[in-house]
Design a protein around this ligand. Structure first.
Ligand code: 5GP
Ligand code: MN
Length: 315
């Protein structure tokens, strides 16, 4: 999975993990970094190794592995410090992902499909197409359902096809507790996160109506003051899109290692190209991210310049 995994990354990998174990394989799940507390309820998460903290355990397991499955990312650098080991690994490498522009040279086999709602949907297809639909159980289904809910914005984004709803029905038939899964993902924060968001809306949010765009810029001060942890900023970028006419919402966070960007759009504005062109990033058509080394002030200026250059596309 990619660094700082979200529910689709963690859910798809754990769904595959439970399935492969049922087939009798010996499987290890590795996250390149830590992850948000609100993923800790997922079945199997206690077995996940954190590469940043447990390199010594991960490296021999990778050397001994026959297969490496890479899920919900398609270029090794999305795994940060883990990337060098992945390049060097000599096992068979399999990609299952729905992001744009995969690095095909890094993988021996793969499914890369940007039309898929989520990597969880692709793992479901993988199990079904292998003729193993009968092997679905409550653990597999719980993990996969969580990722689909997260990546489809609770079944509202464009990629929510009839097939996605049919899959959701099959997963529900395994006895999953769908209300509880939703709550675990979205109602699992502390007071500080709500206050942090309130402050962001009051003081850190700027609208650029001439470009139908909005920007939330979070200085390091806020992260410290509100004791913001991994996962607490998830979802924040979406809120400006709830304002009439806004087509592009951007969030930049002044992290230690970089100024981390997130982009979300409505309609025809291509966030993937935007993130790629201006912010060393990528992702999907309506959701992307990136990072720059410039200061927060400088990268905000870069964003304003980028808005000017995209004025036509934002109309
Ligand atoms: P988020 O804003 O939730 O971090 O990311 C939105 C989407 O963009 C995700 O699908 C994620 O995989 C992708 N993404 C986020 N940051 C980066 C980045 O730095 N590089 C690339 N290539 N994709 C990113
Ligand atoms: Mn995903």
């Amino acid at each position: 999975m990619h660094q700082k995994p979200d529910a689709d990354a963690m859910g798809s990998v754990l769904g595959l993990y439970h399935y492969l174990k049922k087939l009798g394989h010996s499987v290890t799940v590795v996250s390149p970094t830590n992850w948000a507390n609100w993923l800790n309820w997922m079945p199997g998460v206690a077995e996940v190794l954190n590469y940043d903290r447990e390199k010594e355990k991960v490296r021999p397991l990778l050397s001994a592995a026959d297969y490496l499955f890479c899920l919900d990312f398609n270029v090794f650098h999305r795994t940060k410090n883990f990337a060098a080991d992945l390049y060097e690994a000599t096992c068979i490498k399999v990609l299952i992902d729905h992001h744009q522009e995969p690095d095909a040279r890094s993988f021996d086999f793969g499914i890369s499909n940007v039309n898929k709602s989520s990597t969880c949907e692709m793992v479901y297809d993988f199990i079904k197409d292998a003729g193993h639909e009968a092997m679905l159980d409550i653990d597999i289904s719980t993990c996969l359902y969580a990722g689909v809910v997260a990546d489809t914005g609770s079944f509202r984004f464009q990629a929510t096809t009839p097939a996605v709803h049919r899959m959701a029905a099959r997963l529900m038939e395994q006895g999953i507790r769908h209300t509880e899964i939703h709550s675990q993902l979205f109602d699992n924060f502390l007071e500080n996160r709500l206050r942090f968001m309130g402050n962001a809306f009051l003081h850190r949010l700027e609208f650029f109506y001439e470009y139908n765009a909005a920007l939330i810029a979070i200085p390091k001060y806020d992260l410290l003051k509100y004791e913001i942890k991994t996962g607490d900023t998830e979802g924040l970028v979406n809120f400006p899109l709830s304002v009439q006419g806004i087509k592009l919402a951007a969030l930049v966070i002044d992290r230690d290692e970089e100024r981390k960007w997130s982009f979300r759009s409505k309609d025809t504005f291509d966030c993937n190209s935007f993130a790629r062109k201006y912010f060393n990033g990528g992702g999907h058509f309506n959701a992307s991210g990136g990072g720059t080394k410039e200061s927060l002030q400088e990268t905000i200026l870069q964003f304003k310049t980028a808005l000017k250059e995209n004025e036509q596309l934002l109309q």
